[in-house]
Design a protein around this ligand. Structure first.
Ligand SMILES: [Fe+2]
Ligand SMILES: [Fe+2]
Length: 179
């Protein structure tokens, strides 16, 4: 669980942030939207009880991240492509589920590895306590990544897929920073 409750996040103010920091927050909000929908897509397709338990636990965290960012980032600063991020996330989750357990874990490992790096490269743009909040998100994503990595083992046969998912995530973040 994050150390931040909703009453504390209400005290966080984004009005003094740089344009770059707001762009990063926009991509974070878009990314957390996509993350929620990845797990929804996975849960819509998979009947595997172990995979479903994994996805439900991660989904709860992503929903908390998204709710917090929804409260922080004004509507006008949010991505204009949220419907696209929902569709892309849901589709990726559904494809991951169709491939079975090791393939699904590899997909999640690729996404969460990317998300950790994405949070890490932006932290210097934020003053505390906002930085502390994003660090706690990053720690949650690292936990997701590590769980998926352990579960995926041996998942190395999906190296090309891992690369594709990471590249797709990077392209989506690049777009969400601007739009
Ligand atoms: Fe998240
Ligand atoms: Fe995550």
């Amino acid at each position: 669980m994050s150390a931040f409750e909703s009453s504390e996040t209400q005290a966080l103010d984004v009005s003094g942030l740089s344009t770059d920091a707001i762009a990063e927050l926009r991509s974070d909000h878009a990314g957390e939207t996509g993350a929620v929908y990845i797990y929804l897509g996975l849960l819509a397709i998979s009947k595997d009880p172990i995979l479903r338990q994994f996805a439900n636990a991660h989904l709860a965290t992503e929903q908390r991240h998204l709710m917090t960012l929804n409260g922080l980032l004004p509507k006008h600063a949010q991505s204009k492509c949220l419907a696209l991020w929902r569709l892309a996330g849901w589709s990726l989750g559904a494809i991951a589920a169709l491939g079975g357990r090791p393939f699904a874990y590899t997909t999640i490992q690729a996404v969460e590895t990317f998300v950790v790096e994405h949070y890490q490269q932006q932290l210097h743009l934020f003053p505390t306590p906002l930085r502390t909040l994003l660090e706690s998100f990053c720690a949650d994503e690292a936990h997701h990544r590590d769980e998926a990595r352990l579960a995926a083992h041996p998942g190395s046969k999906y190296r090309l897929w891992h690369w594709l998912v990471a590249s797709g995530s990077a392209a989506a973040v690049g777009l969400a920073r601007r739009l």
